[in-house]
Write a protein of this length. Structure first.
Length: 216
């Protein structure tokens, strides 16, 4: 991890502000991404395009006039080492403006407010649903949606293990199916955490953008 951080700081990111965007997914999609990595790649493209377009339009630029960039780290587990595939996306906290053949100029954007995040996470959830439906991996009707996977996969033990890990359950042995025991430590806050104001949820998706830093 230290080597990756050094590489990003020294060779990849320009000396401009950065913001971390974290998106997590409903339990069924975590299972889908583990079983079908190619679907995860398409979903990452949807998330990137939604956020980058938002940043460019927020700068009052067209997609031809502005450009941003990001590096994504895919985390496959949660704090309890359960299967929880989610994206940590380090975005430039602004856009590069290129007009009239001039050198690109960086323009910072304001931090997203809760309303913007709610619109984004709703948009992302809808686009992801349509994408997976076109691939035949998701079935939707007016009331619900469900995965449409090959029934032959049920003969393999791995799907059961993945499902147990996602739902914090014991996968094998005499305690199979029981909830895993977890110890949670709640740290008191001296005041309200401003990062909590920059999180939104919709349809099982969660989008957080409360952490930023200045240029490296």
């Amino acid at each position: 991890m230290a080597e990756t951080s050094a590489l990003l700081a020294d060779e990849v990111f320009p000396d401009v502000p950065l913001r971390q965007w974290v998106i997590s997914f409903p339990f069924p999609l975590r299972y889908l991404f583990a079983a079908h990595p190619q679907a995860m790649g398409k979903v990452l493209g949807i998330v990137y395009r939604a956020i980058s377009t938002h940043l460019i339009h927020k700068s009052e630029l067209s997609l031809k006039e502005g450009a941003t960039g990001a590096v994504t780290l895919i985390q496959r587990f949660g704090s309890a080492l359960n299967l929880n595939i989610h994206f940590h996306i380090l975005f430039l906290d602004g856009v590069y403006v290129h007009r009239d053949n001039r050198p690109p100029r960086f323009q910072r954007v304001k931090a997203p407010d809760k309303g913007e995040l709610e619109e984004l996470v709703q948009l992302i959830s809808q686009r992801v649903g349509r994408c997976l439906e076109r691939q035949g991996l998701l079935e939707q009707d007016t009331e619900s949606a469900w995965l449409d996977l090959d029934p032959a996969e049920d003969t393999d033990a791995m799907p059961q293990i993945l499902g147990s890990s996602i739902s914090y359950r014991i996968a094998v042995g005499p305690q199979q199916g029981r909830k895993a025991f977890m110890i949670r430590t709640i740290r008191p806050l001296d005041g309200p955490d401003p990062g909590l104001e920059r999180v939104a949820r919709a349809n099982g998706f969660s989008l957080h953008a409360g952490i930023s830093c200045e240029g490296i």
